[in-house]
Design a protein around this ligand. Structure first.
Ligand code: NDP
Length: 789
C-alpha cells in the first residue's frame, strides 16, 4: 500500500464525548416539578406532563411538567411582584448578577453543551464551540449594558413584565438572547422554552438561583403551543418577544393588537447564499457547510438558497457534491459528527415531504451515498438543482439540510433573485472583490449580510429581519430598545369635534374658487371616487372641501411611492431638500398661521407657535439627515460589523387632528430624512393644512412620489394602508380602536407598525419625539466584513 493509498483509506475513528455527567444530572432530577416560578420548583397545577425524546435514539429523556393557564398566571404574578424592586436595582447590581450568570454558565459549559446535544440532536462541536460560548458572551456583554443603561438610553424605562417564547433549534442561545437584554434593561421575564427542548433551560434556572437573581425576576414555564398562547394572551404582560415560525408570528401579531403589548418577532427565513464568479470557491463551499448544514439546516438564517454565477456554477456544484459526500452523519455526541438527527419525527416528515414536493415541481434532488444511522430522525444532506424561482424549495422555509441551487448571470439578476422572497433575515455574499460585495450588501433586503462568511453571531451586533422575517433586533445597541419604553403620551387621544356644517353664506368663499386635491406622484389629482368632503371651522362654517380618497387612491399613492427614487438620494441631498422645505414653509408662515387659527379656533399666537415649531422640526430633521448614522461593532473575531441605518421603505403615516401641521411634519420629516417615501393621511378634521402643505412641497425639490397625501376618512384609509402588502411600515396616531385595527390588519405582511395606542403624543412639549421617529424610520442592517488573510 502506498502512502497515498493509506492516506485515502484512513477514516475517522469514533471520538465520543462522555455523557456521564449529563446522565447523572438527568437522573438526579424530578422533571415533574420543572416549572421555575417565583424562585421555586413547581409541578403543573393540572399535574400534566409531556414526554421529551432524544432525537438520536427516540428514547425518552424526561417527563416534564406542562404549564397550563393557572401556572402561567402564577408566573406572571411572580414576575409582576418582582418588577418594582428589580427595575429600581442599580445598573451596577444588575450588571454583577448578569456577570455571575455568564460566569456560572461558563463553569458548567460542558454540561450545558452535552445536555443540549442530547436534547436537540445538534453535534457536540456546535453546542460546545458555538451555542454555549455565544450564550455566555450574551450575558457578559449585557452586564455592560445594564451598567451603562441610563447614559446610553436617556429618558427610557424598562418595559415591564416580558413574555418570551423560544424555539427548539437553539434552546440555550435563544434563551440567552431573550433573558440577557431583558434583565439588563430592568425587566422581569416569563419564558417558555420549546416543548422538544426544555433541558438546558432547567439547568439555567438552577444557575439563576445560585447567581443571586432575585425570586420572580426569571420565571421559566415548560409547555407547548397552548402554554405559549396563554403567555401571549395574558393581560398583565407588557411585552412579548417571540422566535419561531412566521405562521405563529402572525398569530401573535393579531393576538396582541390593541393590547398595548410591545412586540418583537424573530421569524423564518429563506436566506440567499450568493457566490460570484470572482469568489474563492473552496472557501465558499466550506461556508456553505456552515450555511446550510449547521444544526441540520434547522436555522432561521440558514443559507438555504445557493445563488451561483452561471460561469462558475458547474465547478461550484461539483465541489459542493464532493464536499457533501464527506459530511459525517451520526451520533451528536461524537466530536467528528457534522450532521446529527432532526429534532423530531414530525420535522423529518415535513422535510421529506417538502423535498418530494420540490422534486414534483421539477427540482432534481441529489443526496450523497452516505449511510443513515440505525436509530434517530436523520435526513441526508440534499442538493436541489434545476430549481425554478417559484419552486417550494426556493420559496418556503424547509428547516432541514436541504439546499436549493439556482444560477444568475449578472450582478443585477443575482440581487433580484436574492430578493425574490417574502422573507428577509440574512444573506451571504461571496466575492474576492470587496467593492462588489460592499456594493451588493445594501441592495439585499435582509437584516444581516455576511461577506465571505455565514452564520456568524455576536452579542455586540444586532440580529433580526426585514419583511416577513419579523421585526425588532436581538443583541447590539439596538436590541436593548426592545426592552425599554418611552410613553407615547399621557392624554387619551380624542378626535376634534365636528360641528354640524352651517348653511354656506359664502362669507368664506375665496375670490377665485379653489379645489384642494390629493397629492400623488408629485401631481395634484382628483380622488378616484370623485366625492368631496366639507371642512368646517369650530363653528361649523364651511372653510373648503377636500377630496374623499379611497382604496384606489391609496393603491396609486403606494405604487408611486414604491417607484420613487428618494431612497437613492444621498443624505446630503435629502438634508438640502428638507432645509429648502423649511425655508419655503417659513416664507408662508403667516398664511399657515391664519389657516390653522381659523380652522381649529386656537389663538393666532398659538397657531404661529405651531408653525414656528413645525419649521424648526423640519430644520432639525434636515440637520440629522446626514448624521443619523450607523455604528461599527468589533466582535471578538477578525471581522467588523457595519450596523447601517437603512430606510424601512414605503411608509404610511396617519396623522391626528391635534396640532395638524406639527404632528404631520414631526412624523414626515424624519421619515423623509432617512430616505423613506411617504403616503400620508392627514388629519381628517383639518385636512386643508396638508393640502396647503403640498403646495410648499411642490416647490421644494422633493422628487415625485416621495410624498403623497391622501385626504379623506382617516379611519377607513388607515385600515387600507394597514392591509396593503406593499407598505413596509405604518405610523398611526388615533383612538384605541383605530390603533388596534391597524395593528391587527398589519399582520399579513408583518409591516413595522407604530401606533400611539389611543394616546395623544405631546407634539409641542416632548422634545424627544423626533428621536423616536428617527429610530422608527430606519431598519438596521448588520453587514459583517472579515479582514486578514
Ligand atoms: P413554532 O413557531 O410553532 O414554535 C416556536 C415556539 O412557539 C415554540 O415554543 C412553540 O411551542 C410556541 N408556540 C407554538 N404555537 C404557539 C402559539 N399559538 N402561541 C404562542 N406560542 C406558540 O415552530 P415549530 O416548533 O412548530 O416549528 C414549525 C416550523 O416553524 C419549523 O418546521 C420551521 O420551519 C419553523 N421554525 C422556525 C424557527 C425560526 O427561528 N425561524 C424556529 C422554529 C421553527 P412548542 O414548540 O413547545 O409547541
Amino acid at each position: 500500500m502506498t502512502i497515498l493509498e493509506r492516506y485515502a483509506a484512513m477514516d475517522y475513528g469514533p471520538a465520543p464525548e462522555s455523557r456521564t455527567e449529563a446522565d447523572a444530572w438527568l437522573n438526579a432530577h424530578d422533571f415533574s416539578k420543572a416549572l421555575f416560578i417565583g424562585g421555586t420548583w413547581q409541578a403543573a397545577a393540572s399535574g400534566k406532563t409531556f414526554t421529551v425524546l432524544e432525537p438520536a435514539t427516540g428514547e425518552t429523556l424526561a417527563e416534564v411538567s406542562e404549564a397550563g393557564p393557572e401556572d402561567v398566571n402564577a408566573a406572571v404574578r411572580a414576575a409582576r411582584r418582582a418588577l418594582p424592586a428589580w427595575s429600581k436595582t442599580s445598573g451596577y447590581e444588575r450588571a454583577r448578577i448578569l456577570y455571575a450568570i455568564g460566569r456560572a454558565m461558563q463553569r458548567h459549559g460542558r454540561l450545558f453543551a452535552v445536555l443540549e446535544s442530547i436534547d436537540n440532536g445538534k453535534p457536540i462541536r456546535e453546542s460546545r464551540d458555538i451555542d454555549v460560548p455565544l450564550a455566555v458572551r450574551h450575558f457578559i456583554h449585557h452586564a455592560g449594558w445594564a451598567q451603562t443603561l441610563e447614559k446610553a438610553y436617556p429618558g427610557h424605562q424598562p418595559v415591564g413584565v416580558c413574555g418570551q417564547i423560544i424555539p427548539w433549534n437553539f434552546p440555550l442561545l435563544m434563551l440567552a438572547w431573550k433573558i440577557a437584554p431583558a434583565l439588563a434593561a430592568g425587566c422581569t421575564v416569563v419564558l417558555k422554552p420549546a416543548e422538544f427542548t426544555p433541558l438546558t433551560s432547567i439547568l439555567f434556572a438552577e444557575i439563576c438561583a445560585r447567581a443571586g437573581v432575585p425570586k420572580g425576576v426569571v420565571n421559566i414555564v415548560q409547555g407547548g403551543g397552548e402554554t405559549g398562547a396563554a403567555i401571549v394572551e395574558h393581560p398583565d404582560i407588557d411585552k412579548i418577544a417571540f422566535t419561531g415560525s412566521s405562521e405563529v408570528g402572525k398569530i401573535i401579531r393579531r393576538a396582541t393588537a390593541g393590547t398595548g403589548k410591545k412586540l418583537s418577532l424573530e421569524l423564518g427565513g429563506k436566506s440567499a447564499f450568493m457566490v460570484f464568479e470572482d469568489a474563492d470557491l473552496d472557501s465558499a463551499v466550506e461556508g456553505l457547510v456552515d450555511g446550510i448544514w449547521f444544526n441540520q439546516g434547522q436555522v432561521c438564517c440558514a443559507g438555504s438558497r445557493l445563488l451561483v454565477q452561471e460561469s462558475v456554477a458547474e465547478r461550484m456544484l461539483a465541489k459542493v457534491k464532493a464536499r457533501m459526500g464527506h459530511l459525517r452523519l451520526g451520533d451528536p455526541l461524537d466530536k467528528n459528527t457534522d450532521i446529527g438527527p432532526l429534532i423530531a419525527p414530525v420535522q423529518l416528515e415535513r422535510v421529506k415531504s417538502m423535498v418530494a414536493e420540490g422534486a414534483r415541481q421539477g427540482a432534481e434532488c441529489w443526496q450523497p451515498a452516505s449511510d443513515l444511522p440505525q436509530t434517530g430522525y436523520y435526513h441526508l444532506p440534499t442538493l436541489a438543482t434545476s430549481v425554478a424561482p417559484s419552486n417550494i424549495l426556493a420559496q418556503e422555509e424547509v428547516f432541514g439540510p436541504v439546499l436549493a441551487a439556482m444560477t444568475f448571470r449578472t450582478q443585477e439578476e443575482g440581487v433580484a433573485l436574492a430578493n425574490n422572497t417574502r422573507y428577509g433575515l440574512a444573506a451571504s455574499v461571496w466575492s474576492e472583490n470587496i467593492s462588489r460585495a460592499l456594493h451588493v450588501a445594501p441592495q439585499l433586503k435582509a437584516g444581516v449580510v455576511w461577506i465571505n462568511g455565514t452564520n456568524i453571531f455576536d452579542a455586540s451586533s444586532g440580529f433580526g429581519g426585514y419583511r416577513e422575517s419579523g421585526f425588532g433586533r436581538e443583541g447590539g445597541h439596538e436590541g436593548l430598545y426592545e426592552y425599554l419604553k418611552r410613553p407615547a403620551g399621557k392624554a387619551v387621544y380624542k378626535p376634534a369635534p365636528r360641528p354640524e356644517p352651517q348653511p354656506d353664506t359664502g362669507s368664506n368663499t375665496p375670490l377665485i374658487d379653489r379645489t384642494p386635491k390629493l397629492f400623488i406622484g408629485g401631481k395634484q389629482v382628483r380622488p378616484d371616487g370623485n366625492y368631496a368632503l366639507p371642512v368646517t371651522d369650530p363653528k361649523g362654517r364651511i372653510m373648503g372641501e377636500v377630496g374623499a380618497g379611497n382604496r384606489k387612491d391609496i393603491r396609486d399613492a403606494v405604487s408611486t411611492a414604491r417607484a420613487s427614487k428618494w431612497h437613492q438620494a444621498t443624505a446630503y441631498n435629502r438634508a438640502q431638500v428638507l432645509y429648502f422645505l423649511a425655508e419655503n414653509l417659513a416664507v408662508r408662515a403667516a398664511e399657515f398661521t391664519g389657516r390653522i387659527a381659523s380652522l381649529t379656533g386656537i389663538r393666532p399666537k398659538e397657531a404661529a407657535a405651531e408653525v414656528d415649531l413645525s419649521i424648526e422640526r423640519i430644520f432639525a430633521a434636515a440637520s440629522l439627515a446626514d448624521k443619523y448614522e450607523g455604528r461599527v461593532h468589533q466582535p471578538p473575531a477578525r471581522v467588523v460589523t457595519l450596523a447601517l441605518n437603512e430606510p424601512v421603505g414605503v411608509l404610511g403615516i396617519v396623522s391626528p387632528d391635534d396640532a395638524p401641521l406639527l404632528a404631520l411634519v414631526t412624523m414626515m420629516a424624519p421619515a423623509l430624512a432617512m430616505g423613506n417615501p411617504v403616503v400620508a393621511v392627514p388629519s381628517a378634521r383639518f385636512p386643508l393644512v396638508a393640502t396647503d402643505l403640498y403646495q410648499v412641497i411642490e416647490t421644494s425639490d422633493l422628487p415625485a412620489g416621495s410624498v403623497n397625501i391622501v385626504t379623506g376618512d382617516s379611519v377607513e384609509l388607515a385600515a387600507v394602508l394597514a392591509k396593503h402588502d406593499d407598505v413596509d411600515a405604518l405610523w398611526c396616531v388615533g383612538e384605541t380602536q383605530l390603533c388596534a385595527t391597524v395593528e391587527r390588519e398589519s399582520a399579513a405582511n408583518l409591516k413595522r407598525v407604530w401606533t400611539s395606542g389611543g394616546l395623544a403624543p405631546d407634539w409641542a412639549g416632548d422634545a424627544a419625539l423626533l428621536d423616536d421617529f428617527f429610530r422608527r424610520a430606519v431598519e438596521i442592517k448588520n453587514v459583517w466584513v472579515p479582514y486578514g488573510d
